[in-house]
Design a protein around this ligand. Sequence first.
Ligand code: GLU
Length: 482
Amino acid sequence: MNRVRTRFAPSPTGFMHIGNLRTALYAYLFAKSSGGDFILRIEDTDRARYVEGAVEFIENTLEAAKIIPDEGPHHGGNFAPYVQSERMDIYKKYAEQLIESGHAYRCFCQQSEEQSGEKKFGGYDRHCRDLSDDEIKKNLDAGVPYVIRQKMPLVGETTFFDVLHGNITIANSELEDQVLLKRDGMPTYNFANVIDDHLMEVSHIIRGTEFITSTPKHVLLYQFFGWELPTFIHLAPVMGKAADGSISKLSKRHGATSFDDLIKMGYLPEAITNYVALLGWSPKNTNQEIFSMEELIAAFSLEGLSKSPAVFDYDKLDWMSGEYFKRMSDQQFADSARSFVELDENLSSKWIFLAGLLKTRVSKLSDIQPSIKFLIEKPPFDAELFVNKKNKITVEKSIEIIEPTIGVIERIDDWTIEKISAAISEFTTSTGLKVGTVMWPLRVGLSGQKVTPGGVNEILYLLGKKNSVARLNETLDNLRAL
Ligand code: GLU
């Protein structure tokens, strides 16, 4: 077999949809698992859709996801340039070659381009398909602008093989004489894509199913040129599940849809990549779910690809993300999460300790700030929170427990988590009450909420002695005033 060469060929729209990221990832994994090359090619011939800075955005996204091209605009390679708008001469040459061989023709019709939209099959009446040499010359001499159209066979059918979908056949009579080169010399996607895949020696084309209907037109071009066909793999789409349970293509209404959105929410790039890898691919003979990039490369094969659509499951991503956090050291987690939190001076000095508590409790870094806000600013007093049937806690009981605890806390001389734990534990034993009964009013009194990351000892440590005593005194006053 020829060397495996795959490519990711995004249009620079300034956005990396999860589905596109997955396409890039599979193309990368397949190339790397076969000892081949992964190419980044920018398909920017549709200038109307061009977004400034989008190429850098794509490159940065791939880098963050650790999908590293062997060849590309800024990665070198023998097939440069890798940006289609810099390859105009090449497309012109091949379009003219097709005219020579009778597989394409110049079309001088007005509004020809507008009629060329793929959706509008039948829109173009093939008026210029059989113009006489004289008519062509007359138009050219008069400087009438023209597009170049593909001369589709009028009979027969075109068949190609897709690894996931098997043989796909279409009647040639269904195919429009599509535009290959526009008036301004810009190639269409359907033309440039074929020329480049051939010239860049792409062996396997991995892309979304939305391109499956264009593929017969591509296949005909390969045949016209007498080029060897690459292997086609059209991936099933990534779907989203709406609140009402309905399934449709993943879009904004389902939640975040781009790699960037997920990064901003505080998922780690490696967790996203890992999750995305399993959206439509599964490893053979293992239930393993957590994969490093190296492990993905080792495990990847085309046989593991699913031909049915995968549903993006945000809960599953949360779970996986949490697994990545748990595997980090406190220091690593603290570093990753630091830009997601605003800390006061006190908490900054205890950040690694706090990060250690949070590490096992969060699924995305943007959840952290709301969950630690109470440490900086105590929520308003709410007497209801103190009443708890299970722990037999009432307002009176809360006062009974909080009052002596203040003295206990004041007597702790060395403010370490060990000393605090020992003092609180000794006090609990002395009351003869259950641990839960003692902890309930203390937790609520200190934090102003029922649930906290970490227990009473950790909250005490984090708040500091003075602040803890102040909060409990204030709570006591509020409870007494009821
Ligand atoms: N430029 C096309 C796109 O963005 C690439 C399709 C293909 O991979 O052939 O989506």
